[in-house]
Design a protein around this ligand. Structure first.
Ligand code: UDP
Length: 242
């Protein structure tokens, strides 16, 4: 399988269709495997956060999320061929899961968001079974109970939206006890599915400006956005000196 390393993170270089087929195959195996969708921010955080790096390394599917990683791969001289986003991949996967009558559990985001996302997804993808939902602001001591309720609902897919690096670390910490086909960390995706956050229009996305659109809507992301160009300097450094 085609893999490309960007700033020390090994990405699967797959088209959306290929990634969906691989995910369905992994879910079929039922080994509670992890999937992650690192964006530039996560790649940068992984440089200093060893636990996050280990969680990404332990994942069987690593989807490059967004334009930053794609462009950094070019700066680095080892280009990714496919430019996809975590949410587009997730939507394509849910569409196929609906055809197969499969089950998804939604974990994360503020109270009521996962539930609303579940209602909307059930309408958008008839046949998809919403196995259960839970918000993402729980006491770490309640994790055992949450894992139990996820297991009892027997999902093929567990979507974990707790923000990074919490979601990657949470998945790794509980992977052994979780009984799911596959689990995937997807940041703010449930907010979008619930209609709480609007995605950039297609024209902005094509230009690779989704981050700018989000910044306009959520100006408090400025500090996060200002750090992102760091991935290009890092990629250049690795090209020249490693
Ligand atoms: N979140 C959560 N629990 C937490 C912290 C964050 O459920 O303890 C949720 C938050 O409500 C949001 C998501 O995690 O739905 C993170 O969204 P963000 O926009 O930061 O992610 P991005 O898409 O930028 O990676």
């Amino acid at each position: 399988m085609s893999r490309v390393e960007v700033c020390g993170i090994r990405f699967d270089d797959l088209s959306i269709q290929e990634a969906v087929e691989r995910a369905l195959w992994l879910m079929e195996e039922g080994r509670s495997v992890m999937a992650v969708t690192p964006n530039a921010e996560i790649v940068l955080e992984a440089q200093k956060n060893q636990d996050l790096r280990a969680a990404v390394k332990a994942s069987e599917l690593v989807i490059p999320d967004g334009i930053g990683v794609y462009r950094a791969s070019r700066v680095q001289g080892k280009p990714l061929h496919h430019r996809i986003t975590g949410i587009d991949f997730c939507s394509a996967l849910l569409a196929r899961m609906a055809e197969l009558g499969q089950r998804v559990f939604l974990l994360g985001a503020a109270a009521g968001v996962a539930e609303e996302a579940g209602k909307r997804l059930a309408v958008r993808y008839p046949g998809l079974v919403i196995a259960g939902t839970h918000d993402g602001y729980f006491d770490p001591d309640d994790a055992y109970e949450i894992v139990e309720s996820i297991n009892a609902s027997a999902p093929d897919l567990l979507i974990v939206c707790l923000g990074s690096p919490r979601q990657e670390l949470w998945m790794k910490q509980h992977a052994e006890r979780l009984l799911v086909g596959m689990m995937i960390g997807l940041g703010g995706t449930l907010d979008v599915y619930a209609g709480r956050v609007e995605r950039a229009p297609e024209s902005w996305r094509r230009l690779g400006l989704e981050w700018l659109y989000r910044l306009r809507r959520q100006p408090n992301r400025l500090r996060r956005v200002l750090r992102l160009p760091g991935i290009f300097f890092l990629a250049l450094y690795r090209r020249l000196f490693k």
